[in-house]
Write a protein that binds this ligand. Structure first.
Ligand SMILES: Nc1ncnc2c1ncn2[C@@H]1O[C@H](COP(=O)(O)OP(=O)(O)OP(=O)(O)O)[C@@H](O)[C@H]1O
Length: 242
């Protein structure tokens, strides 16, 4: 059995079909990236993998006793409530000072322990979120747009860090990203989602797939035109199983 097996999963919320017949297997130690237009169900799929959403159809099988570290897409910290990094790392689960120190060291944020969460830069904040996700020694790390708000060199460094952590912990990584050209090279496998799986495979396969190109346009000089997919390229009609 795969580490995680997503079988024909559908999610319907308030009458809206958000995910439709999504199947996907995940192996130990691999980095899988989910790309797709806004509103295509990427965060919903991550939440379903964590178990925060129960699919309305299909099923998700997880290996027994799997530990999942989750970095959510956004997290609002109330500026009027004091909250330093040390306290934040104990929410929702208490951790020892040594565990926290080790986690911060692992993500290159050694001196952040006593800083206020609201004083952190974008890159430091994302590293602290990652450190918190590492505290459970995850077998699977789920990252929802972890480089949001970082500049390109900052993003590239963050993905390098993810690769190092994967090598160190041998955990699987599933991440959602909009930075296609950066993230593609850092992934073993890419899934292009638009409510359903449009195409998937190695980064090369996906970037050359007509379904992917229809969604994101051909890549020109590293710049990608992102636009909302109107479902007009008709690949559903000759959809084949991968
Ligand atoms: N709890 C909810 N209640 C109602 N609608 C929801 C809920 N969660 C998600 N949706 C809807 O499901 C669709 C997919 O949302 P989701 O956040 O999964 O997309 P996404 O691909 O992660 O988008 P983005 O790239 O903008 O972050 C959206 O139309 C969203 O409005």
């Amino acid at each position: 059995m795969s580490f995680i097996s997503i079988q024909n999963v559908s999610v319907k919320i308030g009458g809206q079909h958000i995910l439709h017949d999504v199947s996907l297997d995940l192996s130990k130690g691999e980095i899988l990236t989910i790309v797709g237009p806004n509103g295509s169900g990427k965060s919903t799929l991550l939440r379903a993998i964590v178990g925060a959403i129960v699919p309305t159809g299909g099923q998700i099988k997880r290996e027994k006793n799997i530990r999942i570290g989750y970095v959510p897409q956004s997290l609002a910290i109330d500026a009027t409530l004091p909250m330093n990094v040390e306290r934040f790392l104990s929410i929702p689960k208490r951790a020892t000072k040594t565990q926290k120190q080790n986690a911060l060291e692992r993500v290159g944020a050694t001196n952040m322990m006593h800083k206020q969460m609201t004083d952190l830069s974008g890159g430091q904040f994302q590293r602290v979120l990652l450190a918190r996700a590492l505290l459970c020694e995850p077998d699977l790390l789920l990252l929802d747009e972890p480089t949001q708000g970082l500049d390109q060199p900052g993003s590239a460094r963050f993905y390098e860090l993810i690769a190092e952590i994967r090598a160190e912990l041998n955990c699987a990584v599933v991440m959602v990203s909009h930075e296609l050209h950066v993230v593609m090279s850092a992934s073993d496998r890419v899934v292009c989602l638009n409510g359903h799986v449009c195409c998937h495979g190695t980064p090369e396969t996906v970037s050359n797939a007509p379904e992917y190109r229809a969604l994101f346009g051909a890549q020109t000089g590293g710049a990608l035109a992102l636009y909302r997919h109107e479902h007009d390229h008709g690949h559903d009609h000759h959809h084949h199983e991968h």
